[in-house]
Ligand binder design. Structure first.
Ligand SMILES: *[C@@H]1O[C@H](CO)[C@@H](O)[C@H](O)[C@H]1NC(C)=O
Ligand SMILES: *[C@@H]1O[C@H](CO)[C@@H](O)[C@H](O)[C@H]1NC(C)=O
Ligand SMILES: *[C@@H]1O[C@H](CO)[C@@H](O)[C@H](O)[C@H]1NC(C)=O
Ligand SMILES: *[C@@H]1O[C@H](CO)[C@@H](O)[C@H](O)[C@H]1NC(C)=O
Ligand SMILES: *[C@@H]1O[C@H](CO)[C@@H](O)[C@H](O)[C@H]1NC(C)=O
Ligand SMILES: *[C@@H]1O[C@H](CO)[C@@H](O)[C@H](O)[C@H]1NC(C)=O
Ligand SMILES: *[C@@H]1O[C@H](CO)[C@@H](O)[C@H](O)[C@H]1NC(C)=O
Ligand SMILES: *[C@@H]1O[C@H](CO)[C@@H](O)[C@H](O)[C@H]1NC(C)=O
Length: 384
């Protein structure tokens, strides 16, 4: 950690001196021409929505003013990443209408896991587009987009140039649903914990597959404090002694921390094994836990209560979830949003609000929670 910091400051210093002398060798911003993203609903910009059913209003109300394929009231962290790199919001690979992939594609779908699951969406389970499938879609996209682009016409305007793939930024945010699959599948804490090495080993394999296609710059988010999510708190209660002072469930967070520890070990291993890859590990867990545990300090409120939802201490009921139409006392109503989503942390009990996503993005963009501590715009450089 310390050595990275020193190298980083030397690099900045070096950059300033060289820049001052107007020389060419300076470490410049990366100028990523494209982003290719893999993940779950934390970064799905329309995949599951296009493949199956779009979310209902009030999803999307804050920014897009209509449902926009995102499980949020507005933008996601991946949207803020794209904005800050000067790129368009990512189109979902699975979206066949109106997509423009000039500057990247998004393979993430909501409810995706790293490992394949045997319970499908219709059984309350998971997306069929688990990480290996997302990789295979990427491989097809890379190959077929070039053949089609060579036909000219409109295809030159909506598909990326072949030379964009290698210098693009490859982002990952996945794993939360592997934990959910265990906990909601009635496994004990110890049993879920014991699945983690295998989950991470699958991540390792899929990561290498993406690398083998020529990807070199990677930005990897670790997983959330699972025991702080309203849908977990509402559905998987534990004995009073197992809540921390914030109200989060300690053993579930410990399992998430173990996932992150193994993920980080794997990233270190991959960095050694693949010397031409620049891999940045981003500690989203700590940022999200900080926001939840000190919400008031940062201008937020009710961090454990869903903004859009209904019922109970956490305002979450999976049978009357955000955007669902329910019948109360013989009258149909839509489960709607809270008054002010801009001061809330949790949008629908599972996903963060746009306001929270923006706050989280602002924390991570400069590299303060990254290892190595590289800012987003320099995530193509190797510091180790
Ligand atoms: C790309 O597609 C061609 C023709 O369909 C196929 O022969 C080739 O193996 C593919 N390449 C990769 C890397 O998938
Ligand atoms: C696709 O996006 C690129 C880059 O923003 C833009 O130049 C191009 O005009 C867009 N094409 C279409 C058909 O929207
Ligand atoms: C978990 O246990 C509950 C209660 O016994 C049961 O209703 C539910 O179907 C189980 N879930 C799974 C995925 O096995
Ligand atoms: C998970 O497993 C690891 C490795 O065996 C262990 O160190 C850790 O305490 C376990 N965590 C929980 C919450 O069971
Ligand atoms: C609470 O603790 C008791 C006694 O240790 C145990 O039998 C019970 O299953 C626990 N309940 C939950 C929800 O963990
Ligand atoms: C959850 O919502 C369903 C459907 O509106 C309702 O029947 C049920 O009573 C609610 N459960 C709780 C615990 O409020
Ligand atoms: C439904 O009706 C009951 C009995 O009249 C009333 O107490 C309750 O507040 C009503 N619920 C809603 C949401 O209007
Ligand atoms: C990152 O850390 C530096 C040094 O501790 C601090 O000055 C800066 O404000 C931090 N950036 C953010 C976005 O918190």
């Amino acid at each position: 950690m310390e050595i990275y910091k020193i190298l980083y400051f030397l690099m900045i210093l070096c950059y300033c001196i060289l820049d001052f002398n107007n020389q060419a060798l300076a470490a410049k911003n990366c100028e990523f021409p494209a982003i290719f993203n893999f993940g779950d609903s934390n970064s799905d910009t329309g995949g599951l929505s296009a493949a199956f059913t779009p979310p209902n209003p009030p999803y999307g109300e804050t920014f897009f003013h209509m449902p926009a394929g995102r499980y949020c009231d507005g933008r996601l962290i991946i949207d803020f990443i794209a904005e800050s790199l000067g790129l368009e919001y990512l189109s979902a690979y699975l979206d066949s209408v109106g997509s423009n992939f000039t500057h990247g594609a998004n393979f993430a779908t909501a409810a995706s896991t790293i490992r394949p699951q045997n319970r499908g969406l219709t059984e309350g389970g998971f997306s069929p587009f688990y990480l290996q499938v997302q990789y295979e879609q990427f491989q097809q996209f890379k190959n077929r987009s070039q053949k089609v682009r060579n036909q000219g016409n409109i295809y030159r305007e909506i598909l990326p140039k072949g030379e964009y793939f290698s210098p693009a930024l490859y982002t990952f945010d996945i794993g939360q649903n592997d934990l959910a699959a265990g906990f909601f599948g009635n496994l004990s804490v110890e049993e879920v914990n014991a699945t983690i090495p295998d989950i991470i080993s699958q991540f390792y394999t899929d990561f290498k597959s993406v690398y083998d296609e020529g990807a070199r710059s990677f930005w990897i988010h670790n997983t959330v404090p699972f025991g702080c999510l309203p849908y977990v708190l509402a559905n998987l209660p534990v004995n009073a002694s197992e809540y921390d002072e914030v109200g989060c469930i300690i053993p579930y967070n410990k399992v998430a921390e173990y996932f992150n520890q193994k993920l980080k070990e794997t990233v270190v291993e991959l960095s050694k094994e693949l010397p031409s890859a620049a891999i940045t590990y981003v500690d989203i867990y700590t940022v999200k836990y900080r926001l939840i545990s000190q919400a008031e300090k940062y201008g937020f409120e009710y961090p454990l209560v869903a903004c859009c939802g209904s019922g109970g201490k956490y305002n979450y009921n999976s049978s009357a979830a955000c955007g669902d139409t329910i019948t109360v006392n013989g009258t149909e109503t839509v489960v709607g949003s809270c008054e002010n989503p801009s001061v809330r942390v949790s949008w629908d009990g599972i996903h963060f609000t746009e306001a929270a996503n923006k706050w989280i993005f602002d924390q991570i963009v400069d590299g303060n929670f990254s290892d190595p501590p590289v800012p987003l715009k320099m995530a193509c450089h190797k510091f180790a």
